[in-house]
Design a protein around this ligand. Structure first.
Ligand SMILES: [Zn+2]
Length: 469
C-alpha cells in the first residue's frame, strides 16, 4: 500500500480564481485586452510587488541583489523597477554550475514534487546540456492560458485541427501549445513534431487525410513543408484548406509563406522560461504584450539604459505570474522595439515589433552588426532560392579581415548561379550595409549544417573565427 499522500493536480489550483486573475479567451477580449492603462498599471503594481517578495525567497536573487547593494524593501513599486539589476543567461549558467544540476534560481526543486505537481522541460540547448526548468502548477496553467490567448488572437476557433510541427522532446516548444490549445482554446492538437519525429511527406498526408486546418511551426520548416508538398508530392499546399498559420517570423517576410499556403501567417513571441509573452491580432501590426503577466522593457544592449518608445534594443523580461523561477529584469538578449501608437483592433495592450534577432547571434563584421536573421530575410525574397541559407564567418588573409560567406540553396538546377550570386550580393550590401560573399549551392546541400529536415532548432551560423583562435 502506498501511504504517502500525492499532490493531485486538480487540487493544486483554484481554477476559478485563476481564470478571474488571468482571464482565458473569450473573456480575455472583454477584460484584460481592453483594460484602461491606469487599471492595468494598478494591477501590475500589485503583481510586481508580489513577484519581488517571491524573489527575496530565492537564493539566486538574494545573492544578485545584495551584490548590487539592494535590501528588501528598497523597491517600493514599479517606479523603482530601473533600480533592480538586470541579469542574463550567463548568471543562470553560473547558478547551475554553483548548485548542480538545477541551480538556485528557481526556488523549487524536484523534491518539492512531494507538495505540488511539477513538470520539467528545457531550453533548446545549442551547446552542452539543455538548461532545465521546473514548472509549478500556477506557472504551467497560467502559461497555458497565455498560449490560449495567443491562438485566439490569431483567429483559432474551437474545433480547429492543429498540426504542431515544433520539436517533440525535452524542450517546451511543442508541449506548451498543446496544453494551451486543449485547455483554453477548444482546438485539437495533432502532435506530429518536427521532421525527425514524423517525416515531412507523412505530415502532409496526415494534414490532407484528417482535414487539418491550422499549422504551427517555424518559418523555414513551413516553407520546407510547402515545397515538399508542391514539388515532390505534386500536392498544391493551397488546396489543403489551411486557414491560418502560427509562427515566429523574426526577420522573415510573411508574404512568401502566406503565398505558398494561401493562409494568413501570425507572429508570436515566447520563451521556454516565460511562456507566450506577445502575439499578433488579425491586423498583423505588432505583437500585443500580455501585460497582466509581463513587464517588458527595451534597453540599450551596451549601456542598459531604457530606450524611449520605438527605440530598438534588447528585451528585459519581468514575469508577474510565476512562482517557480520568476524572472525579474532578465535580459533575454532578443532584439526588438515597441510599436508606437494604438492598434486598429481596439486592444489597449502595447505591441512589440518583430524580433530583429538574437544579440548573442549577432556578428560584428568590419564594424557592422549583422544578424543572420536579416540575411535570411534577403534570401527568402529571392524566388530562385528556397529560402535556405547558412552563414560562415572567417578571419582571412594577412590583414585578418573578417569575411562572411552566405551559402544559399538554388531550387532550379537550370538557374544561372552567377546571376543569383551577383544579385544577392548586391541586395545584401544594400540591406546589411556590409559586403558578404554569396555561394549558391544545390537544394538540400545545406541540410547537414542547418538540420532543417531533422529539428526545429535550426542553425544558421558558424563563426569560425572563434575556432581558429
Ligand atoms: Zn491589435
Amino acid at each position: 500500500m502506498h501511504a504517502e499522500s500525492i499532490p493531485w493536480y486538480w487540487r493544486a489550483l483554484d481554477f476559478e480564481k485563476l481564470a478571474r486573475d488571468f482571464p482565458p479567451p473569450p473573456d480575455y477580449f472583454r477584460t484584460t485586452f481592453r483594460m484602461s492603462r491606469d487599471e492595468l498599471r494598478a494591477l501590475q503594481e500589485q503583481r510586481f510587488l508580489q513577484t519581488m517578495r517571491r524573489g527575496w525567497e530565492i537564493a539566486f536573487f538574494q545573492r544578485h541583489w545584495r551584490d548590487a547593494g539592494m535590501e528588501p524593501g528598497d523597491i517600493r513599486g514599479l517606479d523603482d523597477l530601473g533600480k533592480v539589476p538586470p541579469y542574463d543567461v550567463h548568471h543562470i549558467r553560473d547558478s547551475i554550475e554553483r548548485n548542480p544540476p538545477f541551480g538556485d534560481f528557481m526556488g523549487i526543486s524536484p523534491s518539492d514534487g512531494k507538495r505540488m505537481p511539477l513538470v520539467l522541460q528545457t531550453s533548446g540547448g545549442t551547446t552542452g546540456l539543455p538548461r532545465p526548468m521546473l514548472y509549478a502548477p500556477q506557472d504551467r496553467e497560467t502559461m497555458a492560458i497565455m498560449g490560449g490567448r495567443r491562438f485566439a488572437l490569431h483567429g483559432m476557433r474551437p474545433g480547429d485541427l492543429v498540426l504542431v510541427t515544433y520539436a517533440l522532446g525535452l524542450s517546451n516548444g511543442a508541449f506548451a501549445p498543446r496544453e494551451a490549445m486543449w485547455h483554453y482554446c477548444g482546438a485539437v492538437p495533432v502532435m506530429t513534431g518536427g521532421g525527425a519525429t514524423t517525416p515531412t511527406r507523412r505530415q502532409i498526408e496526415i494534414a490532407k487525410a484528417w482535414g487539418v486546418n491550422v499549422i504551427l511551426g517555424f518559418p523555414s520548416y513551413l516553407r520546407h513543408m510547402a515545397l515538399v508538398a508542391r514539388d515532390e508530392m505534386k500536392i498544391d499546399p493551397r488546396s489543403l484548406g489551411i486557414r491560418l498559420i502560427g509562427t515566429h517570423l523574426g526577420m522573415e517576410d510573411r508574404r512568401k509563406i502566406e503565398d505558398l499556403w494561401g493562409a494568413p501567417c501570425f507572429d508570436a513571441y515566447g520563451t521556454h522560461e516565460s511562456g507566450m509573452m506577445a502575439a499578433e491580432c488579425q491586423h498583423q501590426s505588432g505583437m500585443h504584450v500580455q501585460e497582466d503577466a509581463f513587464i517588458l522593457e527595451i534597453a540599450d544592449p551596451e549601456s542598459g539604459k531604457i530606450l524611449p518608445e520605438g527605440g530598438k534594443g534588447t528585451i528585459y523580461i519581468t514575469t508577474l505570474y510565476k512562482y517557480g523561477a520568476p524572472q525579474i529584469r532578465f535580459n533575454v538578449n532578443d532584439s526588438s522595439a515597441f510599436v508606437p501608437g494604438t492598434c486598429p483592433c481596439g486592444g489597449t495592450l502595447r505591441r512589440l515589433d518583430r524580433i530583429f534577432g538574437r544579440n548573442d547571434n549577432m556578428v560584428k563584421l568590419r564594424g557592422v552588426n549583422v544578424f543572420p536573421e536579416a540575411v535570411g530575410a534577403v534570401v527568402a525574397e529571392d524566388s530562385r532560392t528556397n529560402g535556405e541559407f547558412f552563414c560562415f564567418v572567417d578571419r582571412v588573409g594577412e590583414a585578418d579581415s573578417d569575411e562572411m560567406t552566405v551559402m544559399v540553396e538554388v531550387t532550379d538546377p537550370a538557374a544561372d548561379r552567377a546571376a543569383v550570386k551577383a544579385d544577392l550580393e548586391r541586395r545584401m550590401k544594400e540591406v546589411l550595409g556590409v559586403r558578404v560573399t554569396v555561394g549558391p549551392t544545390a537544394k538540400g546541400a545545406l541540410d547537414p549544417y542547418t538540420g532543417i529536415s531533422q529539428t526545429s532548432k535550426i542553425k544558421r551560423l558558424l563563426d569560425r573565427r572563434k575556432q581558429s583562435r
